[in-house]
Structures are given as structure tokens and as C-alpha cells.
Write a protein that binds this ligand. Sequence first.
Ligand code: FMN
Length: 231
Amino acid sequence: MDRPGGASLFPATFEGGASTRRRRPATARPRTNPWKARRSNAARASRKVLVRRMQDLDDHFDTLRTTSSRRPAVDRRSYRDAMASIGATVGLATARLGDERIGRTVTSYFSLSLEPPAILVSIDRESRLAECIAATAGFSFAMLADGQQPVADAFAGAADPAERFRHGRWTAWKSGHPRLEDTLVTMDCEVIGVIETATHRLVAGCVVDIETSGDRAPLIWHRRRYHGLEA
Ligand SMILES: Cc1cc2nc3c(=O)[nH]c(=O)nc-3n(C[C@H](O)[C@H](O)[C@H](O)COP(=O)(O)O)c2cc1C
């Protein structure tokens, strides 16, 4: 399948990754640094550690660190409670592969860039959706409107995968990917990059088609329940 930039999909890198990042030419650096002379031995040592860590991170540029930090990580419960503080417009990521339509509710997504217009969505890498996205190099995405809670619940696992598309009004994009109607925003995306993490795949999608409704209010997920936006 042809993909923008002709990049291979898995494992893939965002264009402009480590290999193509421009480094500042050596000549552009000042030859003497007035601060350096005053720097204590301790400061110099800590800078060395920092440089080593940066190089380490460079090695992990395309696959986010899958090991935890050197310090003990916080426990799952504290982390989950903290993340429940986020207020997010509920999203649906969907795809079609042959006769199969598949989708899941997502809140881990954001606007990645304007040029190209792209979003980034975090998808469980063990899920069937992740497989379908990889197979088609595309996906569709919707931001749900207040009142679409039943669709959000169905796609969050309340309904079996095969039954989920009975909830909501569905048509299709030109690409064949499912298109949910009556949303806040609905869009069709082509995959332009992927980053693997321990459990999730961060999928960057270039938005190739979009429709926005100006008059609907978003469906917000905050503190483990749905909310509308107060006017
Ligand atoms: C509010 C909410 C947000 C979610 N966000 C994500 C997400 O960003 N990425 C993801 O892969 N799963 C996310 N999930 C989990 C999936 O929606 C859920 O596990 C999935 O639909 C289960 O279906 P499956 O049986 O097809 O795996 C979220 C669930 C809820 C309730």
C-alpha cells in the first residue's frame, strides 16, 4: 500500500526523527563559555550524567522507554487516580478491514500538528483495532457529542465488538473506514507514523477528511464519569 512519504509502517518513525534531526554545526557554538570556567567539579559531573542520559534517550527515540525510571515508580492506583483528573472529550477510534468494522472508546489522543494536519492516538497494541489500523494504514476518528454516552459505553466494552456499530448512526468515509454521524467532529486519517510503547501504540494520523458540527456540546470524561459542558 502507498503511504505518505513512502515510509514503512512497522516499525516506523516520525519523519524528522533522530536520524534526520539537524544538529547545530560545531562552528555555531561559542569557543569559550564564560560560565564554564566558574562551574564547580560537582556541576561538571552532573552535566556529564545529563549528557549520558540524553544520549540514552536518543537511543530510544522511536520506541519510548519501556523500562521504568531509576527511581521507584508510583503505584498503579495513585497514577490512575491522578489521571482521572483529566477532563477529555470522549473519542472513538475505528477502522474497517474487509467486512469487519472495529472500534474502541479513547481519551488518550491529541492534536499533533497543523502541517500536516495530524492527530496522535494511543491504542492498546494487543487490540484488534491496532491490527486493523496496521493492516489498512488508516483509521477514522470521532469526538463525541453530549448525548452520545450509549455509543461511548458500547465502544468502551459494554457491547461485544461485533455489536458495537448497532449504537449510533454510521455511514462510511470514501476510504471505507466507518463514519459516525451526529458527532462534534468526525474525521478520516491516514497513518503517517507509529511509536511503540510497552502496552500502547501511538498512532499518528494525517487528517484527510473532516467534518465539524458547530452547534453540539462535547461529551466530557472526567473523574470516571461523563459530564456535559456548563454554558
Ligand atoms: C473513558 C475511556 C477512555 C479510554 N481510552 C482508551 C485509549 O485512549 N486507548 C485505548 O486503547 N483504550 C482506551 N480505553 C479502553 C477501551 O475503550 C476498551 O478497553 C475497549 O473498548 C475494550 O474493547 P475490546 O474488547 O475490543 O478490547 C478507554 C476506555 C474508557 C472507558
